[in-house]
Design a protein around this ligand. Sequence first.
Ligand code: GLA
Length: 691
Amino acid sequence: MLEISEDGRTWVLSGPASSYAVHVTDRDELLHLHWGPRIGLADAEALAVRPLPDYWPFESPLDGREEYPVEGGPRFVRPALSVRTAGRRGTEWRFEGHDAGDGELRLRFRDGDLAVTLHYRMPSATDVVERWVTLDNRGPDAELLRADSATWTLPDRDAWRLSQLHGRWGAESRLTRSGLTHGEKVIGSRRGHTSHQHLPWVALDTDATEERGEVYGCALGWSGSWRIAVAQLPDERVQITGGAGYDESGLLTLGTGESYTTPVFAGLWSEGGFGGASRAWHAYQRAHVIPDAGRDRPVLFNSWEATEFDISEEQQRALAERAAAMGVELFVVDDGWFGARTSDRAGLGDWTPNPDRFPGGLKPLADHVHGLGMQFGIWVEPEMVNADSDLYRAHPDWVQYQPGRKRTEFRNQLVLNLARDDVREYLWGQLHGLLADAPVDYVKWDFNRCFTDAGWPDDPYPQRLWVDHVRGLYALLDRLRAAHPGVAFESCSGGGGRIDLGVLSRTDQVWTSDNTDPLDRLAIQHGFSQIHPARVMAAWVTDSPNVMLNQRASSLRFRFVSAMAGVLGVGGDLTRWTGEELAEAREWVELYKEIRPMVQRGDQYRLRPPQGGLSAVQYVLGDETVVLAWLQAQRYGEPVPALRLCALDPAASYECLETGEIHRGAVLLHHGLRVGLRGDLDATVVRLKRK
Ligand code: GLA
């Protein structure tokens, strides 16, 4: 809902529980008025006439109060917009008016030949505010040193705390919380992709707990380099500014008639604690971001940990047969099926099946997999090339490089320059052909190195390459999705190196981490769930001891219950699993299919975080609920605590589908469910149905 004051200078956007209000003064300053519980227009108008503080000359009254601080004028905060034209630096805009329609509010400003439009949208039935900016240049070249998507302003409070997700390869999305201090906390990526190091999300609270208290969150929808700066200003006010690009060294140059649209920076206010905020983010993504989120994701098998680069059609058929017998619904051939890809040293870029390994192409295997009743998927890494490939030999200038400098290789590969039309066209032809030649239902789209030498012949450091690579990726994905609507896509980047709202709007799920150790995964999944729903969080059961990471041994039960908290997959070498293990796995897959609607479409409650002892997650959908609980290590023989459940009707009874026991809702809510876990790395699944 949008309310507008009579003079057309105050606006209030409202969702089911929250409002967001802004005001343009008669000096054309765009001030932030309110973000929090629902208010009406009269409240916003009362806020609009409150005088700004009367600071003495070393502070600006605008700082910490503007919606989108531009560079120049009476401001000392980090500018969200920094523009340079031949004669001028900075921005001095005039308010031109507003338009509203299709649930969107547009506030239009102009500085000479540059039009700046701020966009606001609250998608239906959510409290998420989507913000972005468009810049249209009618004049001579305008260099955008910085063009953020939004600046968010928090209300005055005594002490703010920042939550963020940090990590590295094999250890993504780990949650940390710390008190803000004066100055700025900057997170981001200067790697060309979203990165394993930080997810583009922050949350700010003062005294929230898991299920209570105010939480503000912001998440950026951009899959390239990015930056979010959280600033605590001298008068304690807090602002969060974010957008594409990490540095100030320049984002793009807008020629005459050119325009730039920033990615969306979404913000959410919730008073349901960290859990309530996460559930609101999840519901928003399922309803407005993730394509076709109402359709559950199938249980998949992925060949990577089982066979790595040493693959053949016969061996994949054998794995497929075992996977099908286990109840797997989608069989994915990972790396090693194409070109000369017998190791990570060759073949990337040559997207035709290796003739020795797949003499008849991929179709015979795909047909076999379909015959077994499963969908068929493949791995690709289209944005990359090995130096040892036909593609690189034919087009050494198609990669990002700086003329006269070494071409840095990571994992023996170089990054293709997706800003080039010919490169995108080539990739389109290759991928479209692949999807047309064999009945492929699923594509795992990988990205296994960061940008280093982002150059171009004749233009050694072209800034637009960073932005245009991401636009090129999005365009390619959009075009492939439109041409092959039945094909699902997974975003992968050496695990979770490219997870953000931008890529999620054009992929069906993400590969959470290359770390498939079920214990480490609990912490990674706990962090992931702060912002993204289980519906996109792929998790595989692999071999024990864990081959990829740490040699930790764990039971099939523990591995399955860990992976069942997301989109279940299996990634072990099934040819080495015993008959008993295969039979047990089949039962777990069957159980997963029963709880899948709750996990993938239900509301998630984090009952206890993974901190060494007992941890648990509950999913609720309609009259059914499921609890997944894990015990890392039992100490002193003490029984594990009962798990107080959430979102049940205290007056109702619930039947445990595992034991047939009847529980009172009030008892489960206030005294808890006893799960009886013992020893080390134990786990259980408990389903409850309202009677
Ligand atoms: C990345 C992915 C893995 C696997 C390998 C293949 O590391 O994250 O899952 O696909 O590449 O080379």
